[in-house]
Write a protein that binds this ligand. Structure first.
Ligand SMILES: Nc1ncnc2c1ncn2[C@@H]1O[C@H](COP(=O)(O)OP(=O)(O)OP(=O)(O)O)[C@@H](O)[C@H]1O
Ligand SMILES: [Mg+2]
Length: 245
């Protein structure tokens, strides 16, 4: 079996004002290329910390992360909960940002930006600034920006939790469509169990801090997932039961 990312014995301790806070305790996992992998767990269990470590944003940790399948750090991108757009850049310029950093030639860059604007229904907003957009539109830009560089692995930290449920549902559908078409590996954190079941191939449940993997569920429900089916409810109950304090 091929592996695109593996984590071995990941440990993380924050040191703050003379105190040590143990946040992750021995995380081990392997992720396959093209997999949609989701973490759920109680608040403060270290989910965001783990995502930052796995994506290379945080290099101060114990244990090791291996990238397989010749994955390069430049082929990884990140979508943040708070969108994290550059307020001084337009929508088009935000999407273009990673392409400039990777020295993609002008013409190609314009083509990609145009294509991503279309994919996310953002054509009319190309020259708008983030402050003029709704939360849903901002996160469309956040995802478009992350996808523009054709990443092979995308990390997403609660990307829909700032949105109203109608907008979140729409964006989840878009994300699934894009995942089907482009087949990146997606590694996401959510606190909504329904969302995890709708999206994931596998769901890892973390323990309260210091986070360890309590259990990994293989989600074999057929796609598109029927939220009102018995099997869906059954899995939701099982996971909820484990997370309950
Ligand atoms: N830079 C930091 N310095 C010190 N402590 C931190 C830092 N970042 C996070 N923590 C602490 O580490 C713990 C885990 O934080 P983290 O943000 O990874 O959890 P989380 O599972 O993502 O939580 P949430 O569900 O609320 O997003 C929390 O107790 C948090 O207060
Ligand atoms: Mg978090």
């Amino acid at each position: 079996m091929s592996i695109i990312l593996s984590a071995k014995h990941i440990i993380k301790t924050y040191h703050e004002s003379g105190r040590n806070l143990s946040v992750l305790a021995d995380i081990n996992l392997e992720i396959s290329p093209g997999e949609f992998f989701v973490f759920v767990g109680p608040s403060g269990s270290g989910k965001s910390t783990l995502l930052r470590i796995m994506s290379g944003l945080d290099k101060d940790f114990g244990g090791s992360i291996f990238y397989g399948e010749k994955l390069k750090p430049s082929e990884i991108s990140f979508v943040f909960q708070q969108f994290a757009l550059f307020p001084w850049l337009t929508v088009a310029q935000n999407i273009e940002f990673g392409l400039i950093a990777r020295s993609v030639p002008d013409k190609k860059r314009r083509e990609i930006v145009r294509a991503e604007l279309t994919t996310f229904g953002l054509e009319k907003f190309a020259h708008a600034y983030p402050r003029d957009l709704s939360g849903g539109m901002k996160q469309r830009v956040g995802i478009a920006r992350a996808l523009a560089t054709e990443p092979r692995v995308i990390f997403m930290d609660e990307p829909f939790s700032e949105l109203d449920s109608f907008t979140a549902t729409e964006l989840r559908k878009d994300l699934l469509r894009i995942w089907r078409e482009r087949k990146p590996t997606i590694i996401m954190v959510t606190h909504i169990i329904e969302e995890a079941i709708e999206l994931a191939d596998r769901i890892a449940v973390l323990t309260p801090r210091p986070g360890k993997i309590e259990k990994i569920f293989q989600n074999t429900l057929p796609r598109p997932r029927q939220e009102r089916s018995q099997e869906f409810y059954r899995l939701e109950d099982t996971i909820t039961e484990i997370i309950k304090p």
